[in-house]
Design a protein around this ligand. Structure first.
Ligand code: AFP
Length: 278
């Protein structure tokens, strides 16, 4: 596992360099989810694959940018599902973006997840490892990631990050979001899952939601690359993550790019989501 964390750290430093120096324009390719790939999405994906090819413990990888799984090392133990550059459409306006890595064993169900790493490319380069607990590391002038703090959610927060557009929400979901704001929560939503969830985690709690919508009944966010990894992080940090009713980590995808509605938060906010979905 340690060599996977180290490979991700090396990738993060290289991707940060790409973000600061490379063209953030579109390529001619369309990925499996139907998004036109940015040139930097493709380059970041290659950086990560190259680093995983150097180590022995990775058996297989599946990237958000690729349709199919890629075999790495027959004798490897872990399967890594990753989104090389999540929220990359925010790069042209210079907002924070991130990379997400789910480290699985045996397969790609929520219960196969053994550890998670995510990287935040913001004004600073930060990396979070969720294994036994959730640890934040900051990249320093020494050229390495230094441990900063253990991330622990409070029972209740004050931030609300509601995804998608209101016009596509169900009446029930709109009512819940309205009630949350009426009870004093503040809106914090950049459109980048990594920085939006990182903010909730570091500010003690709140709710991030991407529900079933009229245009996307199964939600937008992908189980293997986005949803399971953050569900794991939130649970390890003392919070919870559900699809509206069920625990997200109890779900299994039937296709690598399957999506699901998702709600991540501290315990009080998730209890509220359950109440509204009864
Ligand atoms: P992009 O990778 O296309 O920028 O999408 C980012 C993302 O998958 C995730 O990071 C955000 O939380 C979510 O989309 C935002 O979606 P909405 O704009 O529909 O709220």
């Amino acid at each position: 596992m340690k060599e996977i964390f180290e490979a991700i750290k090396r990738s993060a430093i290289k991707i940060k360099w790409l973000i600061e120096n490379e063209d953030t324009g579109y390529s001619k390719n369309i990925n499996s989810t139907g998004d036109t790939q940015l040139k930097i999405d493709i380059k970041s994906d290659l950086v990560i694959e190259e680093e995983f090819r150097k180590i022995s413990s990775v058996k297989e990888i599946i990237s958000e940018e690729k349709e199919k799984k890629t075999a790495i090392n027959e004798n490897g133990r872990y399967f890594v599902g990753y989104d090389p550059l999540d929220g990359s459409s925010l790069l042209d306006v210079d907002l924070s973006v991130g990379s997400i890595f789910g480290i699985y064993e045996n397969g790609y169900s929520g219960t196969d997840l053994k550890a998670v790493v995510y990287v935040v490319y913001g004004p600073r380069l930060e990396l979070v490892i969720a294994h036994e607990d959730v640890k934040l590391y900051k990249f320093t002038e020494k050229g390495e990631f230094i441990f900063n703090q253990v991330i622990k959610l409070k029972e209740k927060g004050y931030l609300n990050a509601p995804g998608s557009t209101q016009g596509c929400w169900s009446k029930k979901h709109k009512q819940m979001i309205d009630d949350i704001f009426a009870s004093g929560y503040r809106l914090r939503y950049s459109g980048g899952m990594v920085p939006d969830l990182h903010q909730i985690l570091l500010k003690g709690g709140g709710l991030f939601s991407y529900p079933s919508t009229t245009d996307r009944p199964k939600g937008k966010l992908r189980m293997i690359f986005e949803v399971f990894p953050f569900a794991f992080v939130f649970e390890k940090a003392g919070g919870a993550a559900i699809d509206g009713k069920k625990r997200l980590l109890d779900l299994s995808p039937t296709h690598p790019h399957d999506t699901t509605p998702c709600f991540f938060g501290s315990n009080e906010e998730i209890k509220l989501v359950i109440k509204y979905n009864e």
